[in-house]
Unconditional design. Sequence first.
Length: 189
Amino acid sequence: MSDPVAARVAAIPRTIALVGLMGCGKSHIGRRLGGVLERPFLDSDAEVESAAGRPIRDIFETMGEAAFREGERKVIARLIDGPPCVLATGGGAFVDPATRAALLSRAVCVWLRAELDLLVLRTAGRATRPLLLTGDPRAILGDLMKKRYPLYAEAQVVVDTRNEPSENTLARVLAAIDAWWTNRESEAR
Ligand code: S3P
């Protein structure tokens, strides 16, 4: 690994968990981060889908949101016990107090913070997210921002995402994780 920042982040013995609202880029940035750090990339939504054997939209329709949340909690508890990876969490995962506490104590949580316009743009035209199918996506996302942003703000690392090439976001994510970990280590000394 030639980039010293990436090499330092790769040596952190914790999972890196990406949190934030739908459309903020957790899966896209997470996949690229996993590539750079040479770690497996996992996506809690995909893991819940494979455990249930059906897409999230079906889980919500046939079993209800509570069943989805239960599956999400179990999946993340299992993944956090495994070897360090890069984990993209579903947008509601960090809202659950038990999941949030587990992630904060065992992982490095990175909130990809985004403006409403960007979230609306990035989620448009996809029918895979059940919460956005029940009304006007802009109004729903705006409401979720009010409720969830104070919780996402508990993440150890916060990175603003913009409509920009993902290399730029990725570089800021790496730099912010490196700065947080280096500072934490020096305080522990
Ligand atoms: C949800 C976000 C989705 C998925 C589910 C519920 C939420 O994940 O877990 O549709 O509550 O915000 P993404 O954030 O990956 O879209």
